[in-house]
Design a protein around this ligand. Structure first.
Ligand SMILES: [Zn+2]
Length: 227
C-alpha cells in the first residue's frame, strides 16, 4: 500500500519516460512495453554482413532499423547503462549466440580510449562481450587497448577513416599469449558501419596468433557516402 502511494507520488513529481519514444513509464523503467517488444523482435541469430571492408567474417544480430539505431545512440550519448544492460539481455535471449560462438572461442571487445571511458563511465562493447560470453559459455578478454584517442569514425569521411585509426590499437600488457594462440577470437562491438575499426582491431590481434578472427556486432548501420 505504502509502496504504491510512494510510486504514484514519484510518478507525479518525477515522471519517468521511455528513453526511445518518451512515453511515461514507471520510475526507473527505461523502455516502455511497446518499444521493448519492438526491440526484441528486431534481434535474431547472427547474420553475415557483406558490405564491410573486413578481411574476415562479420556478423550482426540485427540489421539496420531506426529503433535499434536510436537505442544504440542513446546508450552511448545519453549515456544509459541501464538501457545497455537491457539491450544486452535481449541479445542474450534472442541472439542464439551459440550458433556462432563455441566454448573454446574468446570474445574480445573493441576497446575505448581511457578519456572517453572516463566521460561515459562504461565501454558498451565490453559489457556486450561479457554478457555474450556468459550466454555462449566461453571466455571473454579485454585483450586490446586503444592507445591513441581517435575521432568517432562516424564523423570521418571515407578517406579519413583509415588514417584516423592508424596505430590506435594494441594488444594489452601482461597477457598470457598461449591462451589466445590457435583460438577463434571474436571481436565484439555495438554497431558496425564500414568495418574499418574492426579491421584495425583484427590487425592488432595478430601478435596473439589466432587461428581465426570474426566479429559480432549488435547492429549494422548504413554506410555513409559522400554527398
Ligand atoms: Zn517507448
Amino acid at each position: 500500500m505504502l509502496k504504491s502511494i510512494l510510486k504514484r507520488f514519484v510518478a507525479v513529481f518525477l515522471p519517468f519516460r521511455c528513453h526511445a519514444c518518451s512515453e511515461v513509464t514507471d520510475f526507473g523503467v527505461v523502455l516502455c512495453d511497446s518499444c521493448l517488444t519492438k526491440l526484441s523482435a528486431l534481434i535474431g541469430p547472427p547474420q553475415l554482413v557483406e558490405d564491410v571492408v573486413c578481411s574476415f567474417p562479420v556478423y550482426t544480430l540485427s540489421s539496420y532499423d531506426s529503433l535499434m539505431s536510436d537505442i544504440i545512440r542513446i546508450v552511448k550519448y545519453r549515456p544509459s547503462l541501464k538501457l545497455l544492460i537491457l539491450l544486452a539481455e535481449q541479445c542474450q535471449k534472442r541472439g542464439r549466440l551459440k550458433t556462432l560462438v563455441g566454448v573454446d572461442d574468446i570474445l574480445i571487445p573493441v576497446p575505448m580510449h581511457s578519456d572517453r571511458l572516463l566521460r561515459r563511465g562504461f565501454n558498451q562493447a565490453e559489457l556486450l562481450a561479457e554478457k555474450f560470453a556468459f550466454a555462449a559459455g566461453c571466455k571473454f578478454s579485454p585483450a586490446l587497448e586503444r592507445i591513441r584517442a581517435t575521432r568517432p569514425q562516424a564523423d570521418c569521411d571515407e578517406n579519413d577513416r583509415q588514417n584516423n585509426l592508424e596505430g590506435a590499437f594494441a594488444v594489452g600488457h601482461g597477457l598470457i599469449l598461449e591462451m589466445f594462440a590457435g583460438r577463434h577470437l571474436i571481436l565484439v562491438d555495438d554497431v558496425v558501419t564500414t568495418g574499418s575499426t574492426l579491421q584495425k582491431c583484427c590487425e592488432a590481434l595478430q601478435p596473439l596468433r589466432p587461428a581465426k578472427v570474426s566479429a559480432l556486432a549488435v547492429s549494422h548501420s548504413f554506410r555513409r557516402t559522400a554527398p
